[in-house]
Structures are given as structure tokens and as C-alpha cells.
Design a protein around this ligand. Sequence first.
Ligand code: SF4
Length: 597
Amino acid sequence: MPFLPINKQEMIQANIIKPDFVFVSGDGYCDHPSFGTAIIARMLERFGYSVCILSQPDIRNFKVWLEFGFPRLGWLVNSGNIDSMVNHYTVGKRRRKTDSYTPGGIIGKRPDRAIIKYCNEIRRVDPNGAIIIGGIEASLRRLSHYDYWDDTVRKSIIIDSQADLLVYGMGEKTIIEIADYLASGLKIRDLIFIKGTVWKTKDISLIPNSAIKLPSYDLIRTDKKTYAESFMIQYNNTDSITGKPLCEPCQNEFIIQNPSREPLTREEMDQVYDLPFMRTAHPLLEKIGHIAAMDEIRHSITINRGCYGGCSFCALTMHQGRVIQSRSKDSVIREAKQIIADPEFKGYIHDVGGPTANFYQPACDKQLEFGVCSNKQCLHPTPCKNLKVDHTDYLDILRTLRELAGIKKVFVRSGVRYDYVMYDKNDDFFRELVQYHVSGQLKVAPEHVSDTVLDLMGKPHKALYDRFVKKYFQLNADLHKEQYLVPYLMSSHPGSTLNDAIILAEYIRDIGYNPEQVQDFYPTPATLSTTMYHTGLDPRTMKPIYIPKSQHEKAMQRALIQYRDPKNYALVLEALTKANRFDLIGFGEKCLIHPQR
Ligand code: SF4
């Protein structure tokens, strides 16, 4: 049985009488290393545990939970690769029309707040079974957190789900440790010492002496300043070397977050990516309908995880941490050869990257011994003097990949951190990126051009972006290439006033850019920016900041980015009038819109 069983018949064919684990996932099962479900299930299989996958169970039918019988060791539950609320709703809180992680793109095959719903149903049918939750939804909701959709602070998901244990971050080693202890006869309630987990207790004597006591759920629910302070303690305790246990009182219980799991070594990363993935969706699911999420990743290669970029609106720090972990060149080449052998491969590797494509090594040597600095960022506001800027190894991988028989082109589509490119005194990477790895247009993420907003975002200032743009086009000219640059821009980030949005519109005018899409700031769980949005404070300084919150103001900021679209005329006019920028209404070449007729 090459795929893991997704129904009873396949379980019998796989000679499994009672699975060690039943893995409930909100995604359609794709056996590919870009899916957390596949990685964790294949890891367990490698260590001798049997796993059956319950993919997108219909929670209205209690019989689904009986498909494989109750598992011997426990239920594993995730919402899929994305938080179910982000998956289902736009930033405007409108229901999305499709779900790219579901066969046929059908929306609604997983419930909202999938982990809570799945676990509550499991608890009903199997009251004594061990339930372990993980994945991005569990990880980022592990302690009390602001929830944008309810517009309130929710309790840790381990409470609402009634789960026993929560695995946060990347869980390969953690899940094996849990499985081994359960198999050895320990009860799930005894597993309170495992790194990278969150657990709950009513017994005060179990709280580790070294734990930092966070403010209670009741307090942070009502006091925004305390919420911001609590978030910063969590943010500064994500490192596996320096991070302390955290304890958050939640009514009559305590939620304990153990320190994070140490990063995988290169050998361990290679072992994960060498697991025997089938690299496609399960054929029974594909028969129901195509899982679109596979399209971009099937011929892409993940080479790293973790990120020290420190963008405030990104949850990577809280999930994967700041220490870069990467695969060996040999491991990457092995995967490339598997891709080349795929009959559907047309010669184009879509991507060779990760959260940030060009971070292939830890930011500095010091962090490997002493942990990442909790009081400063590696790149912002200026690059740390200890930062190692070197693209040699990444470039070496790209060079080898593009020489492989069967490869026509190797693209880099993951975000490239352009400031890191600019800090490299050696131009080789930038030059070869432009020469070989851009598919007509390079996408980069300056996100804004107002330095005030950029500082809140944790992004480099506009002057550096301007230098990058100049150099990019110079390299294109040198190489006789005509390639474009697509800047990702974000509207309505905390701190962005109408004046900042107008500065951005003027920039768009000056570069002659006509953005097709605008990304509104989306307050997803557990980011620094979401904390700003909720509290109106910059949690790093506790200074008040302006928050564009009303739908109308957000619409104006969005419209300014697309001021050329006639549909946006009224909003742009209103915004410019409100900001007293009548100089931008008229017929001059600097004007954004004409006056009303
Ligand atoms: S010393 Fe510098 S590069 Fe290293 S972790 Fe600290 S801020 Fe980052």
C-alpha cells in the first residue's frame, strides 16, 4: 500500500488491524512533503507506527469516526495546511468560493474552526481516547489569542477543543517522542515534559518552577495593554535555547507551554524529505476532483524552514522560529531527480525555496550556541553586525539543478528577501537570479514605501528598495533581458494613515505600476501586527499607533493603490479630499484623478 490508508478497505489491505494513530485532517490527503499531515504520518510510519488518514471527515455523520475503529495510541488532529478561518474567509470576512486543498475546490468540506469541531466530535465518541492536535491552527492558537473573525480574545485552542496535548511548531521529532512514550505505556496526561508542546492542568504543583507566569486569560481579554505585554513575552520565548516555559492561567486551569523543539539538523531535515512520499493527492480523492494546491508544489522543492526576516505581519517566528534549517544539496538533487521522473514533468522546476528563498543558513554562528537574540532583529532596522550574508551554497544548488538532464528552467518563486540580496557584497547570486531563475517577472515584497509604516512592518526602508530596483533593471540591461518587477504592496497595515496610503499611491503613479491585486492587511492569529491591530499599541515599544479599522477607511486605502480603476474613483476622491490633497485632483501629470464633471 503506497499511500497511507484513507478507508477501511485500504486499512485491511495494509494489514492493519487496529491503527496506532488515526490522523484527522481538514485537507484532502496529499502525500507530499509540502503537507504537514503527510510529513507527520510518514515519520510515524518510518518509526514503525501505523497511521490511517481520516481526510475531511463529515462531522454530521458520527459513523465516520468509526471508519478505522478507535486508535491504539491516539487521535492526531489538524485543520490542514492553513488555519480553517483563513482558508474560509477573506479579510473582508466574506466566505471564499473555493478551497484549493479540497478535491474539486469545493468549499465547506471542513468546518470553520476545524480542530475544535473535529476534537469535540471525537471526544463524544471516544471519551477516553488521547487527542493530540497540531499544525498551523493549533500552533498559532496555543495560548489565548486575538481572533479577528470573532473580534475577541479566545482561549487556548487546547481548552475549546478538549484535546490532551498540543504540538506547536514543526512536529516531526515531537510526535515520535510522544508516540514512543505512549507506546511504552505512559498515559497522555503524563506527557507534560515534551519540548514543543502545550498542555493543561488544574494542579498548580505541576507547573514548572522555571515557568514565566503570563497574565491570565480573563485579564488579557479585557486589558489591551496587558495583552500586548503578554504577546511580547511569548514572542521573545520562541527560541529552543533561551525560551522559558510559559504558564497562562485560564479560569480554573493553567495552560503550560513547554520550550520549543530544537531545530532539525541538516541530516534530520534530509531524513524528513527522504521519506517515501507518493508526491500526489490520494487517487481516490483525485477521482472526486482535482486538489489545486498540488499544482504549484508538485514540481517545487522546499530547501529550508524558519525565517529571521522578522516581518511583523508574519507568524513564522511563532511557528517555525527564527533559526534557519536547510537540506543538503544531495537531498535537494535527489528530490529534483524524482520530479524529473514524473511523467507529467515538463522540464520546469517551479520553485526552490521556503519561507524566504534565499535564507539557506542561520543568520549568525552565535545563535547556534546562545540562541537568537530576543531583544533585537537580525535585519531590521539595520542588519546586525553578526549577520552572515552569503548566497554561495544556495547558488551552488541552483547551478547544479539547472545542469541536470531533463531540466529546462529552474525558477525561484518563493519570496526573495531583497535587503539580504543587497547586503551581499558578491553580485553572483543577484546576477544569476536575474539571468536564469526569473520567469519574466520577479515578485518582491517591499509591502509599502512609507518608512513609518515599514518600521512597524519590520521591513527595510524605501531607499534600499529603490537601490534594489535600480540594480535589478541594470542587471537586466547588462544581460539583455526584458523582465519586470512586481512589488507586493499591503494596504491598511497598523500605522498606515490615509496620508501614508497616498504616499504609496504616488509611488505607484511614479513607477507606472497598475496593481491587479491589493493585499489588505489580514489580522491572522499570533502575529506582531495582529497584536498592534487589536491593542492599538506597538508591543515592542508600547507606544500607541494609528489603526485603520473601519471597512470604509480600509476600502479607501485599497482604492488608492488601484486609483486608476474607474470603479475606485469615488473612494479616491473622498480620500484625497479628506487628506486635503487637492493637488492630486486635476489634469496635471502628477494628479491621481480628474476632478468630478
Ligand atoms: S546576533 Fe544578530 S544575527 Fe545573530 S541572532 Fe542576534 S540579531 Fe540575529
